[in-house]
Design a protein around this ligand. Structure first.
Ligand code: NIG
Ligand code: FE
Length: 394
């Protein structure tokens, strides 16, 4: 069994024991064996190891956990982005454009896109990435989207209820029946989660409840696109169904915030349902940002994710999302880093990632900077010096 010591870490973010909410340790080292962290402590007391990785006094963090991404698609919508920047609103209507391109693509074309984007994210420090279907919207196209997603992630999500496809436009009830029946049956073997875009123009609360409940009955965990384009019942439906995460949360009422706060664990460790904020979407649709401060002050656990997709947020950069969260959403740099690591893990109901402590997966990033603060302080700068996933530096 070979061991690896990541040594000479100037500032180690553990999200476990250490100083402050990020559990910071200085002059630290991390010992890795068989893809797991087995020891964390002061460099001066580090055990012997077969190999050594010198962090050069830089900052080391848990790898980023991107808990919301739509990577299985074909084509791009750069022209739609340009039109928005010239004043057009975002309505979600472009989803159908991507559905057409995705249905026309070969498996290999879809696979190449997923791999390219997953690789792009990994080089930027993302060691776990959730991947959704949702641009196939036929039984066969949703199943193949998830089959291809599952080649690149264990965190796969069935989003057959992304929009009602054009051929079902005047009979949405029939489409919901298809999603709950044969489409779910074909998708479930490759999916861990079920998701619905609960929004005006997509799925109403009754359709969303039926689809999420069917997914739950098939053994999938629940997550939901909620309250993105306007106020609505999505967040409260998520809480009702014990969703791991309600995503977007751009337009929340006091009752929505209260409902999320009401899922708090009794040990003070935050809420069972996480609010996942996706500031790349507000950036790319020129929309008002969600109020992270309001959620955090109410005790709601917050995650940050990219929403990487060709329509509303074509970024794979968690660092960019953290910078936006700090500048535009009143999160502190420490809150943003926590939300992009431990928060993402919580949104996936995982305790083996997003943290650097004995037993956790050896997923970490070495920055080209002395402190995690630089992630928001130096926006747009490639600060990821090295990435380790499962104890391996790819
Ligand atoms: O999360 N809101 C729904 N789905 C995506 C957008 C997808 C698209 O525009 O293609 C989102 O923003
Ligand atoms: Fe999304």
């Amino acid at each position: 069994m070979s061991s690896l010591l990541v040594d000479n870490i100037g500032e180690l973010v553990t999200n476990g024991t250490g100083e402050g909410p990020l559990g910071i340790r200085r002059d630290a080292a991390v010992l890795v064996e068989e893809g797991r962290v087995v020891w964390v402590g002061p460099s001066a007391y580090a055990p012997a190891a077969d190999r050594r990785l010198d962090a050069g006094g830089a900052a080391v963090l848990p790898g980023f956990v991107d808990s919301h991404a739509h990577l299985v698609f074909a084509g791009d919508r750069a022209a739609e982005f340009a039109a928005r920047m010239a004043g057009e609103p975002y309505t979600g209507g472009g989803i159908r454009t991507t559905v057409g391109a995705t249905r026309a693509a070969t498996d290999d074309e879809l696979r190449a896109t997923v791999r390219r984007l997953r690789g792009e994210a990994l080089r930027q420090g993302t060691t776990t990435m959730e991947i959704k279907s949702g641009y196939g919207l036929t039984v066969a196209d949703e199943a193949r989207s998830l089959r291809i997603a599952a080649e690149s992630s264990t965190e796969t999500t069935f989003l057959g209820a992304h929009v009602v496809p054009a051929e079902y436009a005047d009979r949405p009830d029939d489409y919901v029946e298809l999603v709950c029946g044969p489409m779910l049956a074909a998708a479930a073997p490759y999916a861990k989660w079920v998701d619905v875009f609960c929004e005006q123009g997509a799925f109403d609360v009754d359709h969303a409840r039926a689809i999420l409940a069917a997914g739950q009955a098939a053994g999938l965990g629940v997550r939901i696109h909620a309250n993105q384009l306007g106020p609505g019942p999505g967040v409260q439906l998520g809480v009702e169904l014990d969703a791991a995460s309600v995503d977007h949360c751009t337009h929340l009422s006091d009752a929505d915030v209260d409902a999320l706060a009401g899922t708090a664990h009794s040990d003070g460790s935050g809420t069972r349902t996480v609010a996942t904020l996706l500031p790349g979407a507000e950036f790319s649709t020129r929309s008002p940002y969600p109020d992270a401060r309001r959620l955090l002050d109410a005790g709601v656990t917050v995650a940050l994710a990219t929403d990487c997709n060709p329509g509303s947020s074509y970024t794979s950069s968690m660092a960019f999302c953290m910078a936006l969260a700090v500048r535009e959403m009143r999160m502190t740099p420490a809150e943003a880093v926590w939300a992009a690591t431990a928060g993402g893990a919580r949104a996936l109901r995982r305790d083996d990632i997003g943290v650097l402590a004995p037993g956790a997966r050896a997923d970490l990033v070495v920055l080209d900077a002395p402190s995690y603060l630089h992630l928001a302080y130096r926006p747009g700068v490639p600060l990821i010096h090295q990435v380790m996933r499962n104890g391996v530096t790819p």
